[in-house]
Design a protein around this ligand. Structure first.
Ligand SMILES: *[C@@H]1O[C@H](CO)[C@@H](O)[C@H](O)[C@H]1NC(C)=O
Ligand SMILES: *[C@@H]1O[C@H](CO)[C@@H](O)[C@H](O)[C@H]1NC(C)=O
Ligand SMILES: *[C@@H]1O[C@H](CO)[C@@H](O)[C@H](O)[C@H]1NC(C)=O
Length: 428
């Protein structure tokens, strides 16, 4: 019983053993042939700034490298300003990074053979840091974008505005002037509308319309350089993620209706290039009587709330672009509060200001009138003197030109003593 079974086992095991030995032999041969492949590093590696906060890395394959290796790749390592690495089959690549502190990278040829990596030696290149001490650069640069309705509706219905602010570097001389540029994709623009500090140095910038696409994935590059007679001003680059700095507008046309014990609240999507389904909302109903806040997170643009009909409510809504349409950003501004309810509290406060103001105004007018009366009474006594003069004048005028009389009386009676003399001499 035992021996035939053992023989059967052997007949199965033997071919398996042979296959294993064969595989090991071919593996050895492969490894030996790999050792003969000598990978040569790329040549002519250059780094060139091609735009604000953007470089192009370019190299050529080594002329002695056998081109039959279709799997030849390049391993690019960014050393500064921040470490990063990637592989590519191309001999050129673009890279976006702040450049004011310089840029350095290395590249080598690589080849995958039988699950092992063959690599050449590295070649390196760099861009020098911009001149100037870092204390002369701007600090605390912040930028925000906002979508506005375009005035040129036939071109694009929406446009994106950009606002940036910064602080003057602590080592920047008093005569320093800063200039801001932004790049989005292939578009670069210089700021035209600056705000200035007490020393007339630019510290904020406003672009009413830009080429920034709030739906885009590109980074927004902002470059602030400067000039001074006394020192080199070091430029400063910063990259912004558009969705992270986009300030969503408040929802539009918020309306509230009260029906018995229900509040019917509705609104429209904010001014935005994103369609209706891209928004989530937060609704805040504030009961001004007991100070209670009701906060609702909603994906629709209407809400019905049960209320206590003896209170006043303030209603506000804000929006966020939902993660189904873009990487999550932050909540937008609240809409202006709408007040509804029995006791019109804000109206009462308004009256508190308006009534005293009206009373003061009336009193002021009254006292003014009194003063004028006083002056009038004081002025009245001297009037008879010019009156007699006027009579004399009228006599003369009568004598000279009767037809002029009517007009002369009117003119002269309005003129005071001093003016009368002038009138006298100019007429005669
Ligand atoms: C390297 O650059 C030089 C000069 O631009 C050029 O003559 C040469 O052909 C390049 N080498 C390779 C391998 O392309
Ligand atoms: C500028 O930024 C630094 C660090 O980010 C912060 O500590 C400082 O308070 C900011 N300065 C002003 C004036 O906002
Ligand atoms: C600032 O940068 C812009 C864009 O690179 C450049 O055209 C301009 O000459 C620079 N100005 C100064 C003062 O360095």
């Amino acid at each position: 019983m035992d021996s035939p079974a053992r023989a059967k086992d052997l007949t199965i095991m033997l071919p398996a053993l042979l296959i294993l030995v064969g595989a090991w032999a071919t593996l050895q041969a492969d490894l030996l042939s790999d050792r003969k492949v000598l990978l040569l590093p790329p040549v002519n590696f250059t780094i060139k700034a091609t735009g604000l906060a953007q470089v192009r890395l370019r190299w050529d394959p080594h002329p002695d490298q056998e081109q039959r290796d279709v799997d030849l790749q390049y391993h690019v390592k960014i050393n500064a300003p921040r470490e990063d690495e990637y592989n590519t089959r191309k001999t050129e690549s673009k890279y976006v990074a702040p450049l004011h502190d310089g840029f350095a990278a290395s590249v080598r040829s690589i080849l995958w053979r039988s699950h092992s990596l063959l690599a050449s030696s590295w070649v390196s290149a760099e861009l020098k840091a911009s001149p100037g001490s870092s204390g002369t650069s701007v600090i605390n640069l912040t930028c925000t974008t906002n979508t506005v309705l375009s005035s040129h509706t036939h071109l694009r219905p929406y446009q994106v505005s950009l606002r940036c602010t910064w602080l003057v570097g602590k080592d920047a001389p008093e005569d320093t002037q800063y200039f801001l540029y932004y790049r989005f994709g292939i578009w670069t623009e210089e700021c035209q509308e600056y705000s200035r500090d007490a020393l007339n140095r630019n510290t904020a910038c406003w672009f009413p319309r830009t080429f920034i696409n709030s739906k885009g994935f590109d980074k927004l590059a902002v470059h602030v350089n400067g000039s001074s007679k006394h020192a080199a001003i070091k430029p400063f680059d910063q990259l912004f993620t558009p969705h992270a700095i986009d300030q969503v507008n408040p929802p539009m046309n918020v309306t509230v209706e009260i029906e018995e014990t229900s509040l019917y609240i509705q609104w429209e999507k904010p001014v935005s290039a994103f369609p209706v389904h891209c928004f989530n909302y937060e609704l805040k109903i504030y009961n001004t009587k007991n100070g209670y806040f009701q906060i609702e997170k909603l994906a629709t643009n209407r809400f019905i709330s049960k209320i206590d009909d003896v209170s006043t409510y303030s209603i506000q809504v804000r929006a966020v672009v939902s993660s189904s349409c873009r990487a999550s950003g932050s909540w937008g501004e609240w809409s202006q509060p709408l007040y509804v309810g029995k006791e019109k509290k804000p109206l009462a406060e308004w009256h508190l200001i308006v009534f005293p103001a009206t009373a003061c105004f009336v009193l002021l007018i009254f006292s003014f009138i009194c003063r004028v009366c006083h002056i009038w009474i004081k002025l009245f006594p001297p009037v008879p003197a010019p009156k007699s003069n006027i009579k004399d004048l009228l006599v003369v005028t009568d004598y000279e030109k009767a037809a002029w009389n009517e007009t002369k009386i009117e003119v002269v009676s309005c003129v005071e003593e001093a003016g009368f003399e002038v009138m006298e001499s100019s007429v005669f």
